[in-house]
Each structure stands twice: as structure tokens, then as C-alpha cells.
Write a protein that binds this ligand. Structure first.
Ligand code: SAM
Ligand code: CA
Length: 251
């Protein structure tokens, strides 16, 4: 099966989480754990029954086109993307911003989810990876909705001009992005931050985490703490994909 045959971020995250729970000296934690994902088989069940069968054909094509790229693991998790697609439609998002495009899985998902006259400002420091997905985006007939900007800077746009933002670039910068993104998104709009469980390492002691992931782990932990007390937002850290913090601007 697909999930068993390839290295997969959410599965690795799930394994780490389950090992952590089994090894925890504080068994009372388990009493409060109400999650249902107690096995990789269950995750696979979700993917095979409700994610992959409903994945739009262009997204599937892009996922497959990305699978052999050396950084394939950076692509958005299809289960998290499915939730994001529904949220885009629930809030009737028309103008969106995305920071961190890579080959464009989340970008194409957004383009397929917003109306034909919708617009996405898509920012990435790397145009080359965007161009891997571009022929598929073109074939899907949604390129006209995308304004790709090769940059690391968030563009100067008027306050409250976006309905939706997806942040998936350098994890060390999430805190820096937040104030600017918050101003750009209108009251009632959504901001989604991806990878906020950072493969489960946020719940591990630093020594248990490989050195190359420690700085980002620390940044994500700090970010999660600050978002948790940010009263300008309603939040939900959804444990799908690699963790996705959904924020609704309320003032
Ligand atoms: N959302 C993408 C998807 O669904 O496939 C995955 C994005 S990938 C995790 C992160 C991307 O952020 C990379 O393509 C990288 O080039 C870009 N990036 C890293 N630092 C950045 C920065 N400071 N500004 C803009 N883009 C950045
Ligand atoms: Ca991501």
C-alpha cells in the first residue's frame, strides 16, 4: 500500500507520539488523551477511505510528480490539505496569501477551492520548485488565480485585505510572520500555520530530538505558547498531517 511503501511524515509523527505515550512516566496523561489515532493502520484507513478517493485528480498528479523530488517530505500532508480545502470553502475565501509554496500542493488545493475570480498571493524564495508543479496548475486551469512572488518578504498590502492565510515556510520565522499576517487578514478571516507539532518533537525532551531539528523545535514551541495566549484569535491545533494550527482573527 502507498503508505507502507514510502517515507511519510504524518506516520513518523504518529509513531513518535505513540512511543512517547507508552514511555511516559505520567500514565494519567493517557486518561486525558481522547484521540482516536492509536495505530498507523487507523491513519492509513483514513487516507485510503476518505482522503485519497476524494483527492482532486490534479492534486494527485502533483503529489505523484513531487514524490521523487529530494525534498518531497516538505509537501503538505493530504489529510491536512483536505481539511484546509473545506475551511477555505466554509469562510468563502476569495483572496488568500500563502508563504511557502514548494511544488504547490497546498497552492493548487487553494486555487481549486476558491472562486474563479479569486486571487492567491504565493510567496517562496525558490521559483524552481514552484515550476515543477506549474504545468499541472496550468492544466487544471487555475494559474490565473495565482500571483507567485519570488521573495522572502511578506508584500505590503492593505490591512484586512485577505480572507485566508496559509503559513508553511521557515518554521523559525513563524513568530516574525505572525504580527504582519494578522494585520493582513480581515477580522473573521483564517490563518493556518502548518507543522505545529513538528513531527511530535514539541512533546519530546530536547535530548531525544536530532540536533538538526532542535532549533526549529524550540521556535515552534515558543510559537505555540504565544499563539495559545493571543486573545485576538480563536485557535485549534488540529492533529492532522504534522499538526495544523487553525486561527480565526476575532479582533
Ligand atoms: N506548502 C508547500 C506544499 O504544500 O507543498 C510546502 C512548503 S515547504 C514546507 C516550505 C517552503 O518555504 C520551501 O519551498 C522554501 O523554499 C520556502 N521558504 C523557506 N524560507 C522561506 C522564506 N523566508 N520566505 C519564503 N519562502 C521560504
Ligand atoms: Ca508543511
Amino acid at each position: 500500500m502507498y503508505l507502507r511503501n514510502c517515507s511519510n511524515l504524518p506516520l513518523r509523527y504518529l509513531r513518535t507520539l505513540l512511543q512517547r505515550m507508552e514511555n511516559t512516566p505520567n500514565k494519567s496523561l493517557l486518561k486525558h488523551y481522547k484521540g482516536l489515532l492509536q495505530s498507523i493502520d487507523l491513519y492509513e484507513y483514513i487516507m485510503e477511505t476518505s482522503v485519497y478517493p476524494r483527492e482532486p485528480a490534479p492534486l494527485k498528479e502533483l503529489r505523484i510528480a513531487t514524490a521523487n523530488h529530494p525534498w518531497f517530505f516538505m509537501s503538505a500532508a493530504p489529510d491536512a490539505a483536505q481539511l484546509m480545502g473545506m475551511l477555505l470553502k466554509i469562510v468563502n475565501a476569495k483572496k488568500t496569501i500563502e508563504i511557502g509554496v514548494y511544488t504547490g500542493y497546498s497552492l493548487l488545493l487553494t486555487a481549486l477551492s476558491i472562486p474563479d475570480d479569486g486571487k492567491i498571493v504565493a510567496i517562496d524564495i525558490n521559483r524552481e520548485t514552484y515550476e515543477i508543479g506549474l504545468p499541472i496548475i496550468r492544466k487544471a486551469g487555475v494559474e490565473h488565480k495565482i500571483d507567485f512572488i519570488e521573495s522572502q518578504a511578506i508584500p505590503k498590502e492593505s490591512e484586512g485585505s485577505f480572507d485566508f492565510a496559509f503559513v508553511d515556510a521557515n518554521k523559525d520565522d513563524y513568530m516574525n510572520y505572525h504580527e504582519r499576517i494578522l494585520k493582513l487578514v480581515k477580522v473573521g478571516g483564517l490563518i493556518i500555520y502548518d507543522n505545529t507539532l513538528w513531527r511530535g518533537t514539541v512533546a519530546l525532551p530536547e535530548e531525544a530530538v536530532s540536533e538538526d531539528r532542535r532549533d526549529s523545535r524550540r521556535s515552534i514551541i515558543e510559537f505555540n505558547k504565544s499563539i495559545a495566549i493571543d486573545h485576538r484569535l480563536e485557535i485549534s491545533l488540529a492533529p492532522c498531517g504534522d499538526g495544523m494550527t487553525i486561527c480565526r482573527r476575532i479582533c
